[in-house]
Design a protein around this ligand. Structure first.
Ligand code: ASP
Length: 319
């Protein structure tokens, strides 16, 4: 068992830009002496519930066939236990299903139909993830791409199969991977020194059905270890899966780097791949130091602790 509560720091929570308005939910829980796990889950849930966030949860942008597929994971740095779900189409809070996977199942990752069956058995209610916005966005894309198709869905499907067979999809996808996607990352440390990291996304707009990003892959998009800290990623998940980016940040810190050095090194690793696609990372060490790095633009993230009145904007480094 990994020991918790070694470090005594002020309970705090950090999150990506899209968590800004929701961090107060997590900090309230920490103020009441609640756990980092509860604080992270509640904050991520609130982002998932927000239909105006097109990259996370309800209202998330759909895959090539027009269906939204959600990925999420949560990791408990005290026990190194983790739970994750991928390609969930009919439930709006994958972060909470992921927590149930961690706490109630013998597994770490459930996908697709199996994840949905499990969610139902845990009492989660099915729902439609489509909103006017994500439906219109998708339809505009389809009509613009092949106007002669009209609304004929079956032909669109055939067209896609042809497209995929011709490998043009890869080139197109790499271009698209620079935009229309995003993820929420939330990391908290509580009064016992326990660290938790949560990540949730609808992945890349127009991804191939069944595509799983880094968010539910423990070690790639998410990692937490009380003895060191927590780390999470956004951006082109294919790259962070190949590099085990979140776990690498923890390993770099364990080897003596500061949280800032570790984040910057992780982004240098991404740049060394010389691939298309931006990646950003967010991390906290177990003394409460925080940082972010990105190869897209100077990253902005938000911080609150139990004494904060409002989220504080913090900047990381463009690498
Ligand atoms: N990391 C997410 C994924 O690859 C997308 C993003 O953060 O923009 O699914």
């Amino acid at each position: 068992m990994i020991k918790g509560g070694i470090m005594r720091v002020k309970p705090m929570i950090i999150g990506t830009r899209n968590a800004r308005e929701m961090l107060h939910i997590g900090v309230e829980i920490l103020r009441d002496g609640g756990s980092a796990l509860d604080a992270v889950e509640a904050t991520v849930r609130a982002v998932e519930d927000n239909p105006l966030d097109f990259t996370v949860g309800y209202g998330g942008l759909p895959n090539l066939l027009g269906e939204t597929e959600l990925d999420a994971s949560i990791m408990d740095g005290r026990t190194l236990r983790a739970g994750a779900v991928a390609a969930v189409k009919h439930f709006k809070n994958p972060i909470s299903i992921a927590r149930k996977v961690m706490e109630e199942s013998p597994h770490v990752l459930l996908v697709g139909e199996g994840a949905e069956l499990f969610a139902e058995s845990m009492g989660f209610k099915r729902c439609d993830l489509r909103t006017d916005h994500n439906r219109k966005f998708y339809e505009a894309f389809v009509k613009d791409k092949i106007p002669e198709l009209g609304d004929e869905f079956a032909r669109w499907r055939n067209y896609l199969m042809e497209y995929i067979r011709n490998y043009r999809l890869r080139e197109w996808y790499e271009r698209l991977s620079m935009e229309h996607h995003g993820t929420v990352n939330v990391i908290a440390i509580d009064s016992r020194g326990d660290i938790c990291t949560g990540v949730s996304t609808s992945g890349l707009f127009l991804k191939l059905p069944g595509r799983v990003g880094d968010s539910p892959i423990i070690g790639a998009g998410n990692y937490a270890d009380n003895r060191v800290g927590g780390a999470a990623c956004t951006g082109r998940g294919e790259l962070t899966i190949r590099l085990s980016t979140a776990r690498s940040i923890i390993a770099y810190m364990k080897a003596g780097m500061s949280v800032a050095e570790a984040c910057m090194q992780a982004i240098r690793d991404v740049n060394a791949l010389e691939e298309t696609g931006g990646v950003s990372c967010l991390a906290m060490d177990n003394r409460g130091n925080t940082y972010a790095a990105s190869n897209r633009r100077t990253p902005i993230y938000y911080y609150m602790d139990v004494d904060s009145e409002a989220p504080e904007e913090r900047k990381g480094s463009l690498v």
